[in-house]
Ligand binder design. Structure first.
Ligand SMILES: Cc1cc2nc3c(=O)[nH]c(=O)nc-3n(C[C@H](O)[C@H](O)[C@H](O)COP(=O)(O)OP(=O)(O)OC[C@H]3O[C@@H](n4cnc5c(N)ncnc54)[C@H](O)[C@@H]3O)c2cc1C
Length: 751
């Protein structure tokens, strides 16, 4: 332990040494720690618990602990007794939409059941039938019924069960640790991440600030997705991630462009997938709460009045105008359940993602959208008469009334089999999934009494950091697992994030114990380097006390707004370029002038603002590059193009630009309305009929990489790399056994 004094603050610095330091206590990090302990034990290592630490900003935080949906999905290889499945078939599903390395997909497939049963053993209550079969169902992008669930809180159960196991093993979990820096030693190919520097959040309330330095021979990064990057988001609050810090340490990102967006409730952040949509609620919008009732719009004509909780004026059943029949519209609301993420390839010809787009379209007009579980979809509606203009005109139109028996066969048969043909959505939801209603009740929302506000939200990043088939990053000894690892391609089946997180932890632990060993590190030769980096960090902390500089919270809000507008579900090259330029300017400004975070408690905000600012540059740079390559609409985002495909004359292109005229960075807060409607000179698509560019299929065979390089104007270098394929050398048992005994399996490694 060591005390340091800077001009304004006194720090206590504690050094800790472990064989492996894991950052993040979500389902991925906890699982890796459990496996490490077990593999070390199997090797005969004494006191493995003293060699491993899990470091986290909050045990109760992160997507695993705080997020879910109606029945949060775990995707695994099929376990139904009558349905054959294979790892190769599973891997084919993972790679189907491209940009996914074959070796990672097959590793996730092969490790799937091992990890699933590991969770079952840990106590996660996945349901079985009376013969012990784990019952499956169909999820998005899933041609088989490989999905299972332990209910709305599957990932929470996973991390809690694994935590209990770690507690039984006596492995330390260092809670309340905000990561401020990743310590690096060496350069070029011998560069290593030697440790993790944290600010102890508990010490923010004490006289001395406590800094912890966790040195590790191996580092496992499991800090989740960059949730705080977006304004419209279903990531749990406080899920910051450490992407900016990892880029700065030299890790390489892949597929950052492939964020997923989908419908989610906003008051309580929760996905409205599965039975929430299969119950076929009425979907309506209102004007903003603060507006006085105005003419022009009207309610649907079923004699149903439901504004309770919506509080807005001017209800509109806006979906109906875009579907040729009630049957088509209601079936598509149903399909949103298991075609949940926004998918630009499911918009044309009135498919289910038209609903996402229409919800987004409403919120772009500054309207609020709700699901109403007390009423069936409404047949009369008001539709925009012509393009978006200040004098909005609507005309009345209608399709036939809701009739459950008129649903298309896929929806009707599903509901019939599920015993969910009741008269109104809330009764159907109750019949299918009572816990889905209960979870909202627990969070202050009574679906029997009020409609549920929703938006098209950022929920997951398929990309992340590049890893090899042992989940080792481009820096030897540093592994990346869970959502922080970029192992998914452009599309992934729902639930495969949780599978990937478990398999990644298993593979990393296996490699660490069998290749790098279980000893503690000795960084005495690097003492000067480590001290120098700590001094630089404390100098930055001093810069965070710069009176007159921007406040960190304001900076974070700016980053979030820009990301939602320019890097969300709608993208366009000019606006992405402008956003990138602004993001670089903002980061440079923070570096030069610091931030105004005078109190100790604001220090954490300042740390986050700086690394989120860098993260946003990486994401925007990747987006600009992909658009420049002519990628088109794919995964979960749509590329707006003047010469693209029109969807419907009433669907208007959003004004994507977050900037002021001339592309200057934002000068200060402006209302959301002002920003959305502001028309920058070169933003030609905004306000016109929305047209989109279809996917450029030729890019499916490569992955876009980004790497931090401060010497470049945009601070990141981009490169397209070819996909790695799955190994095809199936060996006979004896040679395979010999390779295993001799540890050769760990040497067949590509980076
Ligand atoms: C609403 C919602 C529904 C979802 N539904 C599904 C689903 O049905 N199926 C599926 O497969 N996936 C789903 N996902 C995705 C999935 O939940 C996540 O990808 C997964 O839980 C991530 O696990 P993880 O362990 O990698 O990270 P997380 O569980 O997010 O954990 C991150 C950890 O890192 C810590 N941390 C973060 N930042 C810092 C920092 N700066 N300093 C220190 N510590 C830090 C956090 O405190 C936390 O302990 C959903 C996501 C959301 C948001």
């Amino acid at each position: 332990m060591e005390d340091r004094q800077t001009a304004n603050q006194t720090f206590t610095i504690r050094f800790h040494r472990y064989n492996t330091v894991i950052v993040g206590s979500g389902a991925a990090g906890m699982n890796c720690a459990v496996h490490l302990y077990e593999f070390m034990r199997q090797k005969g290592i004494e006191n493995p618990q003293e060699r491993i630490v899990v470091v986290t900003r909050g045990l109760a935080l992160g997507a695993s602990r705080m997020s879910g949906s109606d029945k949060q999905t775990y995707y695994k290889m099929g376990t139904s007794p009558g349905v054959p499945d294979s790892a190769e078939e599973f891997a084919r599903t993972l790679t189907a939409a491209g940009c996914c390395h074959g070796d990672l997909a097959i590793a996730e497939a092969i490790g799937s059941l091992r990890e699933f049963y590991h969770l079952v053993q840990a106590g996660v209550p996945f349901p079985t039938d009376s013969m012990g079969s784990f019952v499956g169902y169909k999820t998005d992008n899933d041609p088989f019924e490989r999905a299972t669930s332990a209910g709305p809180k599957t990932s929470r159960f996973m991390s809690e069960c694994l935590q209990r196991q770690l507690e039984r093993y006596g492995v330390e979990i260092a809670d309340n640790q905000e990561v401020a820096h990743l310590l690096t030693v060496g350069s070029g190919r011998s560069r290593r991440i030697a440790g993790v520097v944290t600010v102890d959040r508990k010490s923010l309330y004490r006289v001395r600030l406590r800094i912890n330095v966790y040195l590790g021979a191996n580092i496992v990064l499991a800090a989740g997705g960059p949730g705080e990057l977006y304004q419209t988001s279903v990531y749990p609050k406080g899920q910051v991630g450490i992407h900016g810090l990892a880029f700065k340490a030299g890790l390489v990102g892949e597929n950052l462009t492939e964020s997923q967006f989908g419908l989610a409730s906003t008051k309580f952040r929760w996905n409205v997938s599965g039975t929430y949509m299969q119950a076929i609620p009425r979907v309506f919008s209102t004007g903003p709460v603060r507006k006085s009732p105005a003419g022009g719009g009207g309610r649907g004509g079923d004699g149903l009045s439901n504004g309770a909780g919506a509080g807005g004026s001017d209800e509109r059943d806006f979906l109906a105008g875009y579907f040729p029949s009630m049957s088509k519209m209601a079936t598509n609301i149903f399909l949103k359940g298991y075609q949940w993420p926004f998918d630009p390839q499911r918009i044309e010809n009135q498919q289910s993602s038209l609903i996402d787009l229409l919800v987004f379209n409403e919120t772009q007009k500054d309207r609020r959208v709700f699901l109403d579980f007390l009423h069936n979809p409404v047949s009369r509606f008001w539709i925009l008469d012509s393009g978006f203009s200040p004098s909005i005109k609507y005309r009345e139109s209608s399709i036939e009334a809701f009739n459950i028996e008129a649903l298309e066969p896929e929806a009707y048969q599903y509901l019939k089999r599920a015993g969910a043909l009741q008269d109104i959505p809330i009764h159907r939801l109750f019949a299918m999934n009572p816990p889905a209603i209960e979870i909202y009740k627990q969070n202050g929302i009574d679906l029997y009494a009020e409609p549920l506000e929703i938006a098209l939200c950022a929920q997951h990043n398929n990309g992340g950091f590049a890893v090899n088939k042992w989940w080792e990053s481009n820096i030897p000894g540093t592994f990346v697992i869970g959502e922080m690892a970029g192992t998914h391609g452009v599309k992934r089946p729902g639930g495969s994030a949780l599978n990937a997180g478990q398999v990644g932890g298993l593979r990393a632990a296996q490699y660490i114990v069998n290749v790098y060993g279980c000893e503690l590190p000795d960084y005495s030769a690097w003492e000067d380097e480590i001290t120098g980096q700590l001094d630089q960090l404390f100098a930055r902390f001093e810069k965070y006390r710069a009176i007159g500089s921007p406040m960190p919270k304001v900076m974070i809000q700016r980053i979030q707004k820009r990301m939602t507008l320019s890097a969300g579900c709608m993208r366009e090259l000019r606006t992405a370029r402008r956003a990138l330029k602004e993001a670089v300017e903002l980061y440079r400004l923070i570096q030069k002038n610091g931030l105004s975070a005078p109190g100790k408690r604001a220090l954490v905000w300042a740390i986050q603002a700086e690394h989120l600012a860098l993260t946003s540059i990486a994401y925007l740079k990747a987006i600009v590059e992909l658009l420049r390559l002519g990628s088109g609409s794919r995964g979960s985002h749509l590329v707006v193009a003047r010469d693209g495909v029109e969807i419907h004359p009433d669907i208007i292109a959003p004004h994507l630009s977050p900037g002021l005229p001339g592309g200057k960075p934002e000068a200060g807060p402006a209302s959301g309305r002002q920003k959305q409607l502001h028309r920058a000179p070169e933003d030609r698509c905004g306000g016109k009929v929305l047209k989109f560019k279809p996917e450029n299929l030729s890019l499916r065979d490569s992955v876009l990489r980004v790497e931090y390089d401060d010497s470049l104007p945009d601070m990141f270098r981009c490169e397209s790399v070819e996909l790695r394929s799955a190994p095809s050398d199936a060996k006979a048992f004896e040679p395979a056994w010999r390779d295993f005994r001799e540890g050769k399996i760990y040497r067949e490694n590509e980076r």
